[in-house]
Design a protein around this ligand. Structure first.
Ligand SMILES: NC(=O)c1ccc[n+]([C@@H]2O[C@H](COP(=O)([O-])OP(=O)(O)OC[C@H]3O[C@@H](n4cnc5c(N)ncnc54)[C@H](OP(=O)(O)O)[C@@H]3O)[C@@H](O)[C@H]2O)c1
Length: 325
């Protein structure tokens, strides 16, 4: 079967499509034949080396959806032929087929097709924990979400509106501002054009927001701090532009006793029960129509390097998915 692997960190060109034998699932594992593979921004960070891999050659990608075609010993709650999605599994998702721990697999409801699943699970479960656990968004809150037209961003905007919040978002262009607004963003600010901290203060009567969701990192971190109200929370959950500069804790005091956290989906879905609860909550939001999943672009599986190049050049809108023939 065809698998993307890489032998060194670098640009999209380090991803090589190779023929690899897959083998049989061992105890606690499933083998799935992928039909859709998620391209998450995290995959770009792994490929670049911002997140180190355990060993080379390494596979890439953690999320894919497909059909179970073999089951290892000790797995009782899955059946061959079932449609499943693997959420945050091992770095082997960019493949025609893969072996995954059954503990990271979720059976898809009939209403969710595999491409939609690959577009929404990590992104939607991330949106969920950010809005309901890192900070519990309440009706009447104003929140700030960066990359509001991106994969995570579109879901955060819609879910936050459902929770009764006013959503302020940042985007990279006027075109993306229109997309963010179409997904519930009340005020779409354009990076490099608007003074983000000044606009957020103006939109919140001078007070600032209780929470900023920042996945851009270095380029926005300082502005994010300056947008917070007293005792507000900066959820720094990604670093698309690089790691932010260090901040001495005393400075957080000077800015209003702020909190800074770097949350990760793995820590919010560490148990099977937490993973299933989060998945079911997300499925309910999507199947009830409260959150719409728009797949921004699909690429043929073999064009994963082009998908990476587009994602890191900020050319994509919403979630992107590789379709496996
Ligand atoms: N911690 C967690 O648990 C967790 C889980 C999932 C995802 N994440 C993070 O959440 C973010 C969103 O993930 P996603 O897969 O849905 O990606 P995405 O938001 O669709 O794509 C990244 C977006 O970031 C913005 N951006 C701003 N500066 C950038 C730069 N220098 N380079 C590249 N992009 C830049 C771009 O939007 P504009 O052009 O509109 O600015 C770009 O479209 C990523 O940073 C990812 O690592 C974290």
């Amino acid at each position: 079967m065809k698998v993307f692997r890489f032998y060194e960190h670098g640009g999209p060109e380090v991803l090589r499509l190779e023929d690899v034998a897959i083998g049989e699932p061992q105890r606690g594992e499933l083998r799935i034949r992928n039909t859709a593979v998620a391209v998450n921004f995290r995959d770009v960070l792994v490929r670049r080396g911002t997140h180190a891999v355990k060993a080379f050659p390494s596979g890439i990608g953690v999320e894919s959806a497909g059909v179970v075609d073999a089951i290892g010993p000790g797995v009782n709650d899955f059946a061959v032929g079932q449609r499943v999605v693997c959420v945050a599994g091992p770095d082997t998702a960019y493949a025609e087929a893969r072996i995954i721990p059954a503990a990271r697999a979720i059976v898809l409801p009939p209403a969710i097709d595999e491409r939609t699943a690959a577009a929404m699970m990590i992104r939607g479960m991330t949106a969920r924990y950010l809005l309901k656990e890192t900070y519990l968004v309440k009706p009447g809150d104003s929140i700030l979400i960066h990359a509001a037209a991106g994969g995570v961003g579109q879901i955060v905007c819609q879910w936050a509106k459902h929770l009764g919040a006013t959503v302020i978002g940042t985007v990279g262009s006027d075109e993306k501002a229109a997309v963010a607004r179409a997904h519930g963003c009340d005020h779409a600010l354009v990076l490099g054009k608007d003074d983000i901290a000044e606009r957020v203060r103006a939109l919140t009567g001078g007070e600032g927001v209780p929470v900023v969701y920042d996945s851009i990192g270095k380029a926005t971190f300082e502005d994010s701090l300056r947008c917070l109200r007293r005792r507000g929370i900066l959820a720094s959950f990604g670093e698309a532009s690089g790691d932010p500069d260090p901040v001495p804790p005393r400075r957080l005091g000077q800015l209003g006793s702020l909190y800074v956290t770097h949350p990760s989906l793995g820590d919010y879905t560490a148990t099977r029960a937490a993973l299933v609860e989060a998945a079911n909550d997300l499925f309910n939001m999507v199947t009830s129509g409260k959150v719409r999943i728009d797949i921004g672009t699909t690429y043929p599986f073999a064009e994963a390097p082009r998908a990476h190049a587009d994602l890191e050049a900020r050319r994509t809108i919403g979630s992107i998915v590789l379709t496996v023939p």
